[in-house]
Design a protein around this ligand. Sequence first.
Ligand code: ZN
Length: 405
Amino acid sequence: MIYLADWLLTGEGSPVRNGWIQVEGNRIVATGSASGLPEGVPVQRFAGCALLPGLVNAHCHLELTTLQGRLDSGNSFPVWVEQLRAYTAGLDSTSYHHAAYEGVRQLLAGGCTTVLDVGNTGDALPVLAASPLRAFACVETLGLDPALAEPRFDAARSRIESHRGEKGLPTDRFRPGIAPHAAYSMSPELLRRVLDHQKSLGLPVTIHAAESREEAEMFASGTGPLADYCRRIYPDAPRHHGTSPVRWLEANGLFPDGLILVHGNILDEADMEILARRKATVVHCPSSHAFFGHPRFPYEALRARGINVALGTDSLASGDSLSMLEQMRLFAEAYPEVPLDEILTLASTHGAHALGLSDVGVLKAGNQADFIAVSENATEEPPKAFGKLSTIVLAGKSCDILAGV
Ligand SMILES: [Zn+2]
């Protein structure tokens, strides 16, 4: 089958007018422009649309989907955390399961074909395993008390164990793993256990870091509302001084190569040198960033240093959209000088690179046939913005979003 549209954006290179991709089974076998259309192959045309790679959501929490609009924006980060804990205390496994189900539907409707999801309960795992998405499904763990390192790690591991594929290994489409929560919320002992676990399975490590002003203050001077909050939970929490989350991780041997660092709103020169050296990815979540009113995300500085930047939605507890198309739109609003095809790479190729996926994120021969068609109103000029999702195809199969899970 050949899929033809007004524009083809492959995720690398310039937009192609009247571009097409040819799919056999689950793979792309060729791409091109209308003039080179192969004969004798059925063609499906998407008029008024652009074909794009399936989008890669490098950070979300599907189990919090039901919290949309429940938590107040504009509060300090620790106040939001307190509110979140209060709300989630009232949720049970059934609510988390439904949240994940609805979350998957919203991801698909927003053009996502690959996701890195993080949850505390593990209830999203069976939903993701049954969904058509390519999923890195992590159970999150945290704990400042070193005495908790062993039991917390064991609890996270037992949550993912029952969802592994055959022979106890991750499969191509579904990869369960463990995610460390944040540098401020974990003992080095627990963090190390998680890093070793992910490395042994060849899975990436993702962690929240350098997100808020309160977190920066905690690492710079050991003071402030987040430092106080952590000490209320664990009175012997370390009193940091003169450091940052990134430098603290690096100094403790807890910053693995290829780390997927989520947020990275507050980064200095020394932090960025570590990120570049470690070939880290920084995941920016535009809707969540706006919800909190964090300092401006340093995209230009990261880009200038060649640091891989990807996009994520974060959860609906701190944002109002699980649509990756909407994250691209918000990014374009905040960075109007960045061209649309570059923004697309953040939402596709860069996310795939972070996850170690070499055959998704770019529409080219040999790659997985994960792509979307979205409306656009360009004619002769390449599109400046995208509209709504028209079609989503995963591994060569058209996906019915409502029946997608
Ligand atoms: Zn998060």
